[in-house]
Design a protein around this ligand. Sequence first.
Ligand code: NAP
Length: 523
Amino acid sequence: MTTLESFVAGSWTAGTGRSFVLENPATGARLAEGKALASAAPAFAWAREKGIPNVRALGYRERAERLGALAKRMFEHREALLDVAVENGGNTRKDAKFDVDGAAAVLAAYAKIGAELPEGNVRPDTEAVPLLKTGKLRAQQVFVPRCGVAVQVNAFNFPAWGMVGKFAVAFLAGMPTIAKPATSTCLLAHRIARLFLDSGLLPEGALQLHLGPAGDLLDHVTGQDVIAFTGSADTGRVVRTHAQVLETGARVNLEADSLNAAILAADVEPGTELYDVVLRDLVTETTQKAGQKCTAFRRILVPAGLVETLQADLCERLSEVAERTGDPARDDVRMGPLTSAAQKTAALQGLARLERAAARVFGDPGRATFVGVPEGAGHFVEPILLRAEPAAVEDPAAPFHHTEVFGPVATILPYDGTVASAARIVALGGGCLQSTLYTNDRAVAAEGIERLGPYLGRLVVDDEKHAGGSIPPGGVLPLVHHGGPGRAGDGSELGGRTGLALYQQRLSVQAGASLLAKTIPPG
Ligand code: NAP
């Protein structure tokens, strides 16, 4: 069994604290073990001493080139990385590509963005605006890298995309990273970090890897540091209210959980290409990565008159996946297990809560036999579909507005098909990363943007015209803003160039027009 080490202060370092073991969630085979670090203090000291000056010394363009080279390196080692994602993450090969290729895509996208930034570390945010009638005195907003450490805490479900995506943005922005992957699936993050660190492309201190529990990680932050956290709303609250974080005013960005909605408008009709896209998306979002996606649909709003048809069609499609749920290493398997025993227990507990206000119309949470594994082995849950009691749909206390079952589980909510009702229902979830409106009616789409918008980080609108070219909405693209209000954490990541702002200080420079023109580069 492999022994995992963290990368701290320039070397691979074994922890001395509590042991952790990584397993294959389909078979239970033990894959690797490690020990918690005694303290994160040496990593912070190294990042401040070496990482900050070394990363800044490169400037945007050089950093961008290195990101591009890292993307190539990931591509060269793609097959081996996919194997690790299958083994430790319970991913099918298709799921694994979603994570690994998604990570490389962020690197490549930020390499391209960086190539268009100015030399050095200062970049303009706005044009210079005159402050007085003479026009000589002006103010201009600029961004500069924060003089601290990017502490990046990631969730278990995207060990590649989570770590690489955050690192790419912080590095281009000009900050060194301490990456802390979720423990249960950290084998892939470890492999990628090793690949990056062995590449010789990163200056000393630019990337450190903290494996195992967080321990005292947040005790060392200062006001220049940035904590980029992805995980559950509960852990997010712990991070946000951590004494040292409150004391120092360290910047915190939370990407938390989300009760995303698929909204079928009144004009969606069976037998159309748009209806096929609805079914494709519902199946993909419920079963991809066994439903362990922050952007997956949890609530499916269906006009009352369409519920029976949609439910029957969706059950049929889900049964095809259920039949092929099992060991993700097999080519004939479409859905793998949840990533740990704890995740399965939490998912089944959440499902029991949902069933207080919704009837199960597909799936058996007690199923014990799956493709290619001995009976009872692995942390499997087959796809499950629920249908809400009509009276509960607009009940603010209904569990499907509060409980994120992080597994292949979704609930149909019958509604009257109007945008006004959809917005009220979506709002009960407290803020979502994404929701998707299916309609051919431009007026409905326009109303949706305005009414649904306040509760979402991203609204996907799919119509017949673009059905052929649409992509399932759970994918987070590097040029698109990611993060939703309220319960979803109110964070903001990616979004192309705007994503750099998380790791930078916005500064207004108030000075003479000619000084601004000579000192602030265009860009
Ligand atoms: P989690 O249990 O909240 O853990 C997230 C991360 O926080 C892990 O790395 C965990 O480390 C770490 N952590 C735990 N306690 C901590 C503490 N006191 N201080 C600092 N870090 C601490 O979440 P998860 O189970 O890994 O992930 C599933 C959740 O993440 C779901 O709710 C999902 O919706 C959400 N998610 C959100 C997004 C998004 O972009 N919004 C993306 C993916 C997932 P250990 O693993 O060592 O405990």
